[in-house]
Design a protein around this ligand. Structure first.
Ligand SMILES: Cc1ncc(COP(=O)(O)O)c(C=O)c1O
Length: 461
């Protein structure tokens, strides 16, 4: 099909994030025009359920008037103020207070940034800063996991454990290490139980620390559920065993709650769902229901004291973004948190989650689905050519991407992840009927994909 006017202009003007740029020149973009509730409409007039909440973020859906009002009121009162050089404003103070109150880790102070990547970058800088202040200049290495997603800035992309984020970007930078991912379905050995698999991963981590020298390892970072890496839920006993290793070597634990934070897993934080006791956390996305860019990290007293000492010595705490604690973003985030509480969003997630997880689990019987996994309102379908052998389709076939394209014609936006995983993460306000419609669309999509695979004999390609 020839490109429409806006598609043609897009192709000539925008360098698209996370896009096959060559293919994009041929197919052009899917142009989204408006949204309402859990739906968006594209330029072709298709009404689509936003099955991934944008990018795991539009938790309150697309027409939350109260958030629009909070933003406009703040823009009228004070559209910009910053926090540099001892300046402050009420929306930032009130939001920091609220975040401290609900934090799953003992939070002394809150630092604001604009994205998950900036939040995780700041985590790394603060750990280095702290260990310098504490007289441990060698304790600087950071351990992340293969398959992790922590962002794309130089440090956060180094934490990320996905090949496409490193290849030809000269990443990861030195001092960033990756240990095994907790992907039981893919990585467990034959006959190994979940608990045994977790023991093995904890032993691998222990050995990596031993090899590197515990005195050189500063921190470990983990998402409670690995999102972009394939919606990977931690197997039984995983975090308990990992945390025991970290405690043994005095290694700081960062939880990246950028996807799991604010109700996604059926608790306020994924750390609560999976028994994590992090030293600090990063949040973003659903913090403002994505209506305005904002992220935050919550840090412990020890880290604050170290920064205090350093700033006494150096003369300032030399870190911060122009838009750290932007008043409009803070006002929107405050209103978002107020709505979560007032409307008992977590109660809603718990109430509708069985409808979500039961339809998801039922898809595990589909011939193309190797594993259906999920909790709360987040799920993943791992597509395979052979269920018994867990054999994947060749990556070059791009089956999950093909499904995501087919889904558009079935009224659904869904995201294809590497490893042929289809991710589902609808707005938290979705109701049971809409969950039903979403899964009906997934089923129709899989039927069409199955017919395509069968017709072209692709299963054994
Ligand atoms: C767990 C996690 N951390 C960090 C990020 C990076 O966030 P951003 O894209 O806002 O930089 C993401 C983005 O998807 C994420 O899923």
């Amino acid at each position: 099909m020839p490109l429409t006017n806006v598609q043609a202009r897009d192709v000539e003007t925008i360098l698209h994030p996370y896009t096959n740029l060559a293919q994009h020149r041929e197919s052009g973009p899917v142009v989204i025009e408006r949204g309402e509730g859990v739906h968006v409409w594209d330029a072709q007039g298709r009404k689509l359920i936003e099955g991934l909440s944008g990018l795991w973020c539009t938790s309150l859906g697309y027409n939350c008037e109260e958030l629009v009002e909070a933003a406009t009121a703040q823009m009228r009162r004070l559209p910009f103020a910053h926090l540099f050089g001892s300046r402050s404003h009420d929306p930032a103070v009130a939001l920091a207070e609220k975040l401290k109150e609900i934090s799953p880790c003992p939070a002394s102070k809150v630092f604001f940034a604009n994205s998950g990547s900036e939040a995780n970058d700041t985590q790394i800088k603060l750990i280095w800063y702290m260990n310098n202040a504490l007289g441990r200049p060698k304790k600087k290495k950071i351990i992340s996991r293969i398959g992790a997603y922590h962002g794309v800035t130089i440090a956060s992309a180094s934490l990320t454990g996905l090949a496409a984020n490193h290849a030809d970007f000269d990443l990861p930078i030195p001092g960033f290490l990756h240990t095994g991912r907790p992907h039981y379905y893919r990585d467990a050995q034959p006959g190994e139980t979940e608990a045994e698999f977790s023991t093995r991963l904890a032993q691998d981590l222990d050995q990596l620390i031993q090899r590197e020298g515990p005195e050189t390892v500063a921190a470990f970072i983990a998402e409670p559920i690995m999102g972009a890496g394939g919606v990977i839920l931690p197997p039984e006993t995983y975090f308990a065993k990992i945390q025991a290793v970290l405690a043994k070597y005095d290694i700081y634990f960062i939880a990246d709650e950028v996807i799991c934070g604010f109700g996604r897993t059926g608790n306020m934080f994924g750390s609560q769902t999976f028994g994590l006791s992090p030293d600090s956390i990063s949040v973003a996305k659903a913090l403002s229901s994505a209506y305005a860019p904002i992220s935050a990290i919550m840090i412990p007293e020890e880290m604050y004291q170290a920064a205090l000492e350093e700033s006494r010595k150096i003369g300032t705490f030399g870190h911060g973004f122009t838009y750290s604690g932007h008043p409009v973003s803070c006002a929107v985030a405050l209103k978002t948190l107020e709505i979560y509480e007032r409307d008992d969003i977590i109660g809603h997630v718990r109430a509708v989650s069985p409808a979500f997880t039961s339809r998801l689990a039922a898809l595990g019987d589909h011939p193309l689905v190797g594993q259906a996994r999920g909790i709360g309102l987040i799920g993943g379908l791992e597509l395979v050519a052979d269920k018994g052998q867990r054999r994947s389709f060749p990556a070059s076939l791009g089956l999950a991407a093909k499904c995501a394209a087919l889904a558009l014609d079935e009224g659904l936006m869904i995201r294809a992840l590497g490893g042929d995983v289809l991710a589902l993460c609808p707005p938290l306000v979705i109701n049971e009927d809409e969950i039903g419609q979403m899964f009906d669309a997934v089923e129709r999509t899989l039927e069409r994909a199955e017919a395509w695979v069968a017709k072209d004999g692709l299963r054994n390609a």
